[in-house]
Design a protein around this ligand. Structure first.
Ligand SMILES: [Zn+2]
Length: 374
């Protein structure tokens, strides 16, 4: 009988691995989801709590507990809060890519997605970050994402939910460091003040959800990937929750490292051992897509004589887009107007400190000027 689950081998003989990750969403999560929020200081202040209060407290907690974490930072937020990003880097934590604006890549053209990737990389690297990984603002891929990450020379993605172990992508030289909704703070703690349809849950209730999941992954020898948001879990009651998670992981003997460290171990075969590489789910093979297009075109041909499904549309429908999930990684899906990708750039008010950054004609110069000025 085959083994139902093959556990990776963790450094130092640790029984399982763990990573604390923080999505530094700040103002950009609100603007990226709804450009009209750019002119709503009250809405934006919810995100601003992260770099203003949450991150300093989180950095203090991580130092006290001796944990190195990964922070996924949107480029535009790094422009607004360079001091917070520098503090993260100086404390020895990993800074990784989380979009430039906080826009779901499936809403962007290939060119727009490439521009987002490169703009974010330039800004984070200008601040001194060694960026090797990417977490999409939606935990979702477009059909181009893996190609673009590979072309940019990145080493890993932390977006998919199909395993509790890191693995190598079959189609690209990238490691996947999987995530989960269960171990994301937002689905449990997020309060939607536009609809009031979510109740704020106590850390004790959420611990009842998290502990069995952490213990279950630990028993299997997998990887516990936790996702926090500084504006959510930087609140005092939830800082204690983060600390509880850390002390629980440490007491159970976890190897705790950054996403980049996990990816490096997996890339060199030190971590995954016999774990097979896995393809990203949901992308249909090219020949299947061709057949779909042909079938669609045949259905339309008798009357129209033209393709009913434009090239690319069938492909897009084949991509993994879980129905009914929130629009972002456990983040708000505010009522949206227009096309976030384009509108976010056109309709957004430039926050103080980012004047002179032209989204149309990208140049690193004004960014470096801003960062030097900050
Ligand atoms: Zn985010």
């Amino acid at each position: 009988m085959s083994t139902p689950f093959t556990a990776p081998t963790w450094p130092g003989g640790a029984p399982f691995g763990a990573t604390l990750s923080f999505d530094f969403d700040a103002e950009e999560v609100w603007i990226g989801e709804n450009p009209e929020n750019a002119s709503r200081p009250g809405v934006l202040s919810q995100g601003a709590y992260g770099p203003r209060v949450g991150i300093p407290l989180i950095l203090d907690l991580l130092e006290r507990t001796g944990v190195k974490a990964t922070f996924y930072v949107p480029g535009k937020d790094a422009l607004r809060h360079p001091e917070a990003v520098r503090a993260i880097i100086e404390a020895g934590h990993e800074v990784a890519h989380h979009g430039h604006s906080h826009t779901n890549p499936t809403l962007l053209s290939r060119e727009e997605e490439a521009a987002e990737l490169h703009q974010g990389l330039h800004i984070l690297r200008s601040l001194g970050a060694e960026v090797t990984g990417y977490r999409s603002p939606s935990w979702d891929f477009s059909a181009h994402t893996l190609d673009l990450l590979t072309e940019a020379g990145l080493a890993y993605s932390s977006n998919l939910l199909n395993d509790i172990r890191p693995y190598r992508h079959e189609s690209h030289p990238l490691v996947e460091v999987p995530v989960s909704w269960i171990l994301d703070d937002a689905p449990h703690f997020w309060f939607a003040n536009d609809t009031w349809d979510k109740t704020i849950r106590s850390p004790r209730e959420v611990w009842d959800v998290w502990q069995p999941e952490i213990d279950g992954i630990a028993a299997l020898g997998g990887h516990v990937m936790t996702t926090f948001h500084p504006m959510i879990s930087g609140r005092p009651s939830r800082l204690a929750f983060i600390e509880r998670v850390i002390t629980h992981l440490q007491a159970a003997g976890a190897w705790i490292g950054t996403s980049a460290e996990v990816a490096a171990l997996a890339a060199h075969g030190e971590l995954t051992g016999s774990l097979p590489a896995a393809a990203a789910p949901g992308f249909l093979p090219a020949e299947v897509l061709d057949a779909v297009r042909q079938a669609s075109s045949a259905a339309a041909a008798p009357t129209a004589g033209t393709l009913a499904v434009p090239a690319g549309q069938a492909e897009a429908s084949g991509a993994a887009t879980p129905g009914g999930e929130p629009g972002a990684e456990g983040e708000p899906a505010p009522s949206n107007t227009g096309t976030p990708g384009a509108a976010a750039r056109e309709g957004e008010q430039a926050p103080s400190g980012t004047e002179g950054v032209s989204e149309g004609a990208w140049s690193l110069d004004p960014i470096q000027r801003l960062l030097g000025r900050a």
